[in-house]
Design a protein around this ligand. Structure first.
Ligand code: FAD
Length: 393
């Protein structure tokens, strides 16, 4: 097989890139290790910045988003038993965010691609990317499960959109990139509950017992999180214990949290990671393949979209003019936004989580930071700006 851009991974990054390239007339092929049902069911992010929602609309994937997405004009920060609302439009020149699950974004993009878009091969696991620093990189992939048939895809460029544990990162020769990593000393216990959300907007609590988040998947399903120590097992947290702890951490005035059956329960660690540069020869990385942020600021999916918008623009420019100038600047252009999101995600994480061993002085500092970002200050405007995100197009 031959193509112009070989895309590894049919997550949000790979699928959006394929859509953008197809519309610009650039040939591409998407190789995805898993089957369609698995990719469409994988529960992950839920919050789209306005820039991400606008890109989906712009490329024809906005119909269901506009019908079913929940537009949020603000969110609440809760601490010391009080709720402080952050109003996004008034502080960002009119921007909002939309809650629309990543599973639905992926379903919409797959449906469009299968309706006449570029080839998308499910069950095609990439095992190697070769000759990335030459003129004609080669992607080796296996179809048909373990012991399956090995095939090759010759491309002019390869887009590594295969997440944290994909083949693209493994294709980077030792010493070709620098990998920055931070692991946080706490994790998130997340539940999906079969109960209508107890608030129309997200609630983020910075309690001295630890962080808590009230979010939603749909008008009938709530998504809730608690900060827990690393190495916590979900079995240590029976449902009643989770609801009791959420009640304590999210408490504010007369507000009441509605309880319901817990459908899923899982614990995930928090980490930050950046690969610098995000390109080696003709292999360009995007999304989780290139960087990870802790979920506290909901930037992962939005950053992935930012990367592929930049990448699609660079490939389109090269395809039309023969100039590689935007491809050459791809990593630098992305990394500015990536580090900004790293900074904000780190700030939100330390602002709201109880660090193990923190003393009264640390807590007083944390409360002072929380009061600064909820008062009429420049810090509050900066928080709203970062939360809403910058336009991508
Ligand atoms: C449990 C969890 C919860 C999250 N919650 C949030 C959140 O609330 N808010 C937020 O903004 N972000 C969240 N994120 C992050 C967000 O979901 C990711 O940033 C986003 O999925 C990145 O998209 P991507 O396309 O880069 O990578 P992925 O979604 O990981 O997609 C990569 C694709 O590549 C495929 N692949 C992997 N290896 C190969 C291979 N060798 N060959 C072919 N295909 C391969 C995978 O099967 C997958 O389909 C969460 C992440 C996780 C893991």
């Amino acid at each position: 097989m031959r193509t112009t851009v070989g895309i590894i991974g049919a997550g949000p990054a790979g699928l959006l890139l394929a859509r953008l390239l197809h519309r610009a007339g650039v040939d591409c092929v998407v190789l995805e290790a898993r089957d369609r049902a698995y990719v469409e069911r994988r529960q992950r992010a839920g919050m789209l910045e306005q820039g991400s929602a606008d890109v989906l609309r712009e490329c024809g994937a906005g119909d269901r988003l506009d019908r079913e997405g929940l537009v949020h004009r603000g969110f609440e920060l809760r601490f010391e038993g009080e709720a402080h609302r952050v109003d996004l439009p008034s502080m960002t020149g009119g921007r909002t965010v939309t809650l629309y699950p990543q599973t639905e974004v992926v379903k919409d993009l797959i449906a469009l691609q299968l309706e006449g878009g570029p080839p998308l091969l499910f069950g095609a696991r990439v095992v190697a990317v070769e000759k990335a620093d030459g003129e004609q990189p080669l992607v080796r992939f296996v179809t048909g499960g373990p012991g399956g048939q090995e095939r090759t895809l010759e491309c002019e460029y390869v887009a590594g959109c295969d997440g944290s544990y994909g083949a693209s990162r493994r294709a980077l020769p030792p010493g070709a990139v620098r990998i920055h990593v931070r692991t946080y000393p706490y994790s998130w216990l997340g539940i999906l509950a079969d109960v209508a959300p107890s608030s129309d907007e997200l609630l983020l609590a910075g309690h001295e017992r630890g962080f808590a988040l009230h979010s939603m998947r749909t008008p009938a399903l709530s998504r809730l999180y608690l900060q827990v120590p690393n190495d916590t097992s979900p079995d240590d947290w029976p449902d009643e214990r989770i609801w009791d702890e959420l009640d304590i951490r999210l408490a504010a005035g007369s507000w009441r949290l509605q309880r319901g059956p817990v459908l899923t329960k899982s614990v995930s660690g928090l980490r930050s990671l950046v690969i610098e540069p995000m390109r080696h020869g003709r292999l360009l990385l995007a999304g989780d393949a290139a960087h990870i942020v802790p979920p506290s600021a909901a930037k992962g999916l939005n950053l992935a979209f930012g990367d592929v918008v930049t990448m699609a623009r660079a490939f389109t420019h090269w395809h039309r003019s023969g100039s590689t100038s935007l491809i050459d600047r791809y990593s630098d252009n992305c990394l500015r936004r990536v580090w900004q999101a790293q900074y904000f995600s780190h700030e939100m994480t330390t602002l709201l989580h109880a660090a193990p061993g923190a003393d009264a002085y640390d807590r007083a500092m944390q409360l002072t930071r929380l009061r600064r970002v909820t008062g009429p200050t420049a810090a509050a405007a900066e928080l709203a700006e970062n939360y809403a995100g910058a336009p991508l197009i």
